[in-house]
Design a protein. Structure first.
Length: 125
């Protein structure tokens, strides 16, 4: 039996601001549906990912900004750092660990993300 993670809810205060932020970060907006006055569903997918995120209204009981350390993986951390920076996303300096190289950023509500290159830069280069 396959079990695939395909959607993660990201708790936000302002749906339009969050959608704009994630689109600027390079995520593709797949759906934006207002179901009712209480429910709006916006699905966004990082390029190349089989898993999407959803921001919206009435989707989760988590408080906005409470998602900590969602992680995405890239082939080239320096390219990812430069790309996010060029798009106006505030990212940390590249951090090298024995298990990979990382940059970190947060959305406007404080939901935190890490971007990992699985092979540390010193081992990859």
């Amino acid at each position: 039996m396959d079990i695939r993670l395909e959607l993660v809810m990201v708790p936000v205060t302002d749906v339009d601001r969050a959608k704009s932020f994630y689109e600027r970060a390079g995520f593709h907006a797949d759906h934006d549906v207002t179901v009712s006055e209480e429910v709006r569903f916006v699905q966004l997918t990082p390029p190349g990912s089989a898993c999407s995120i959803a921001v919206g209204k009435g989707l989760t009981r988590m408080p906005p900004g409470s998602l900590d350390n969602m992680q995405v993986v890239v082939e080239d951390i320096e390219e990812a750092h430069a790309g996010l920076t060029a798009r106006g996303i505030g990212v940390s300096a590249i951090e090298d660990q024995p298990w990979g190289s990382f940059v970190y950023f947060a959305d406007p509500d404080g939901n935190r993300w890490s971007v990992q290159q699985k092979v540390p830069r010193e081992a990859a280069g």
